[in-house]
Design a protein around this ligand. Structure first.
Ligand code: PMP
Length: 794
């Protein structure tokens, strides 16, 4: 509290000029600026360069000045994206000097460059301005990372934790309502907020970036360009830095929550906030305002100097306190979660990452941009597959279950399983960027991420499946699985379902008849069997009879491979039969097909590329649902949350048979960056219990789909489990005549309304839902509502 008891230095302007000449060997003019506890002079050096001469309060300890000086020197080397003051050394090269003033007190003195521009406070407070203030503070915090100074632990009246002392001073607040509000805030700070702060990311922070400590250049009036005044730096939680500026952005009036969310959006774009920080933020904002209000009230009561400029803040602070109490914590936190990456249920209206180059464009201009990009894509990218949806999406960002287009519109992603733990998950993004900045090489060198990943992955599989190979795509994994099976068995033939898809390589194309017009595999060594579907079956009878008929079809495939001289090397099955329209294996079909495969000398390859990693909800691997153990498991897509990472896991025996006569190396397979992504995905799955989430939310969606089925005859069947679900549309429930046009209409209708789903199945008659694993029940409500509306509009 020492600064509340000591008065700032009182130098005249001519004394400042003399100091400039004596200590710094520079000529110039000086004009006095006000400050709370020090004295600042605006200096115009003889060459025209502007600077600030700071004369410190005599109560300021030298180590504090040293702290600020070292921080500025550190920032000069490490801070990008925001202009900061630079140290101008004294005539003898020191970072600051000492001045004995008229009153006989010694003051430390420092000269720093002037941060160009006018105060942010002097510009219209638009959302863009607050966002850029957020980005500026985040850039500063990134620059301060890794800096430390022992003086950073000094208690300061302007730090968040001063609440512990200021709560005893609420008696200075005259207004009874405001006093009650401050007391309530402090009580919560002690009981709820402070204990949680201790576990959050902390570092040295500026602790006082406000619209009056930051600058804007008039030529770019919506962009904060500079920050100054490093006198309140402390070691503290990053969340308190964010809260401090957010709180002070309310002192200028306007829409408090709008100011706060705009500022936080800008900060989060540069330095993503963690969920625990967001959840505590609003309490911290209120605490900061309560701290300030107590300080101003106390100062007003005790100050001899009634003109103290701080008093001007008393009324705006009281209004901010009152306004923030009226915005409920729940609503504020929900708004903050929405603008960061934790949207919960309601659709965020705008793109959180801003894509500034698109800002302010008309709908027609945005549509034109999209058309241009489509044309350029057609000209340069051999587009073999086309774009989803009648009106293709031009995407510029993703967060959690949301995708954002070039107009800043949010789309609920119910289709993409590759961003398994959510689009752009910060833990994955951080793990990848950390590793890519440290080391990226290949598996002929020794590095930890590969070993850690393969250890963790094989620990998730049944005993015996403990030899792991890493690749970059699901296709490669299946191709290699086929090689393993052929080497081990000495046979060449393979069986898949006739609408299977297993990838793009030449061999795997033979295992992917889905794309063929007659659903016949392109290779003579491959046989396509009927997917054992109970809903749409060419066979009739009891379930057992139908399953036996399907197994008869399987036996025919085995026999024809035998007759053709290929024999049986591998039964390759997507264990969710996804491309067949998401089908559970009925009765003992899978167990029997595997038994018959092995009896013919073949191996069972479980393709978990689509369905693995907890998507099934009740089980981590879909094959586990049937109590079977594959000889080989392949996996891919979701493993790296979009980073190229795939795997083949098999037994020691199969591996040894391969190793005897073969060499294997993949240049990018198993690289440390992909492994880091894989490890981060496993971390998030475990920490956030996403398998259980898939089970719970999947069951919730399925119940909703079944309710829709009761209302809409066009829904013939609802299938799936966990977060892999499908709905089959038929023109007539009795004849089951497919309704592919209705599927298309629904998919496009929902896409127009911001909900993304896809179609599946050889007949194009199945709607497929396969969202990121972080999908919530609130998200599910949006999905079900959009589907229900689209069905009503058919
Ligand atoms: N297997 C299955 C079941 C798949 O769904 C896919 C991709 N859709 C693949 C393999 C091929 O994976 P990739 O595209 O990574 O090569």
């Amino acid at each position: 509290m020492k600064y509340l008891d000591s008065n700032p230095p009182r130098l005249s302007e001519s004394e400042a000029v003399a100091c400039l000449a004596g200590l710094f060997g520079r000529e110039g003019t000086a004009s006095d600026l006000y400050s709370d506890r020090d004295q600042n002079f605006r200096i115009t050096l003889s060459g025209g360069e502007k600077a600030i001469l700071k004369v410190y309060n005599s109560g300021e300890a030298e180590h504090s000045v040293d702290f600020q000086t070292k921080a500025l020197l550190h920032l000069e080397r490490n801070c990008r994206g925001v202009e900061l003051p630079r140290i101008i050394p004294t005539a003898d090269g020191a970072a600051y000097g000492r001045l004995a003033s008229r009153d006989g007190e010694d003051h430390l003195v420092r000269l720093i460059s002037f941060v160009e521009g006018k105060l942010t406070d002097e510009f219209a407070h638009t959302p863009a301005l607050y966002r850029s203030l957020g980005a500026a503070v985040a850039n500063l915090d990134l620059g301060l990372r890794g800096f430390f100074h022992p003086a950073a632990g000094e208690p300061l009246v302007w730090e968040m934790d001063a609440a512990m002392r200021l709560r005893e001073k609420t008696g200075f607040i005259k207004d009874a309502t405001a006093r009650g509000q401050a007391e309530e805030i402090f009580e919560r700070y002690v009981a709820e907020v402070r204990p949680r702060l201790q576990g959050l990311r902390s570092q040295i922070i500026h602790n006082d970036v406000t619209p009056v400590n930051s600058t804007v250049r008039p030529e770019a009036p919506e962009r904060v360009s500079g920050i100054f005044d490093f006198g309140d730096m402390v070691f503290g939680a990053l969340a308190t830095e964010v809260a401090t500026t957010a709180a002070d952005s309310c002192l200028t009036g306007g829409d408090f929550l709008g100011n706060i969310t705009d500022f936080v959006t800008g900060y989060d774009e540069v330095l993503p906030l963690e969920e625990a920080e967001i959840d505590i933020l609003f309490d911290l904002i209120r605490t900061r305002v309560a701290n300030e209000f107590v300080i101003y009230s106390w100062r007003a009561a005790e100050s001899k100097d009634r003109d103290n400029y701080l008093l001007a803040y008393e009324e705006p602070t009281r209004k901010a306190l009152d306004g923030l109490m009226k915005i409920g914590r729940h609503d504020a936190t929900k708004a903050l979660r929405d603008v960061c990456r934790f949207p919960d249920g309601t659709m965020p209206a705008t793109l959180p990452d801003g894509s500034p180059e698109e800002g302010g464009k008309t709908d027609a201009a945005l549509a034109g941009d999209k058309k241009d990009l489509i044309t350029r894509r057609e000209q340069s990218y051999g587009d073999a597959h086309g774009l989803f949806y009648e009106d293709p999406l031009y995407l510029t960002g993703g967060r959690g279950v949301w995708l954002y287009d070039n107009a800043g519109r949010a789309h609920l992603d119910v289709y993409n399983n590759i961003p398994h733990v959510g689009h752009c998950h910060p833990h994955v993004a951080n793990a990848v960027s950390r590793q890519v900045a440290r080391l990226n090489t290949n598996t002929r060198y020794l590095y930890r991420p590969l070993v850690e990943y393969t250890e963790r992955l094989t620990a998730l599989l049944p005993e015996g499946l403990d030899r792991c190979f890493l690749f970059s795509s699901g296709s490669e994994a299946n191709d290699f699985a086929l090689r393993l099976a052929r080497t081990y068995t000495g046979n060449k033939g393979a069986i898949v379902t006739r609408d299977a898809y297993h990838g793009v390589t030449d061999a795997v194309d033979g295992l992917s008849p889905l794309e063929q017009p007659d659903l016949t595999p392109t290779k003579p060594w491959a046989q396509g069997v009927l997917p054992p579907c109970l809903y749409r079956s060419p066979f009739e009878g009891t379930e057992e009879e139908i399953v036996n008929a399907y197994l008869g079809n399987f036996d025919e495939a085995l026999a024809s491979l035998d007759e053709a001289g290929y024999g049986m090397s591998a039964l390759v099955l997507d264990t969710g039969l996804t491309s067949s329209g998401v089908i559970d294996f009925p009765g003992n079909y899978l167990q029997e097909a595997i038994r018959r495969t092995r009896a013919a000398g073949g191996l069972f390859v479980a393709d978990e590329v689509q369905v693995g990693f907890g998507r099934t909800g009740s089980h981590f691997w879909r094959f586990d649902l049937y109590g079977v153990t594959p000889d080989i498991v392949t996996m891919g897509k979701p493993m790296g949350n979009g980073m190229p990472l795939s795997a083949v896991v098999t037994t020691e025996e199969i591996f040894q048979a391969f190793k005897k006569d073969n060499y294997l190396f993949s240049s990018t397979g198993g690289n440390p960056v992909s492994c880091a992504a894989g490890l981060a995905v496993l971390d998030v799955l475990e920490r956030d219990n996403l398998q259980a989430n898939a089970e719970k939310v999947g069951a919730y969606i399925k119940r909703g789909l079944q309710d829709l089925q009761k209302k809409h005859d066009i829904i013939g069947d609802v299938r799936g489990r966990g977060l892999l679900l499908s709905v089959e549309l038929v023109k007539d429930r009795a004849t089951k005549e497919p309704a592919p046009n209705a599927v298309k209409a629904i998919i496009n209708d929902m896409a127009r309304n911001g909900v993304l789903i896809g179609s599946e199945g050889a007949l194009g008659t199945v709607i497929k839902m396969r969202p990121p694993m972080v999908f919530t029940e609130a998200n599910a409500d949006l999905l079900l509502k959009a589907l229900s509306d689209a069905l009503d509009r058919l």
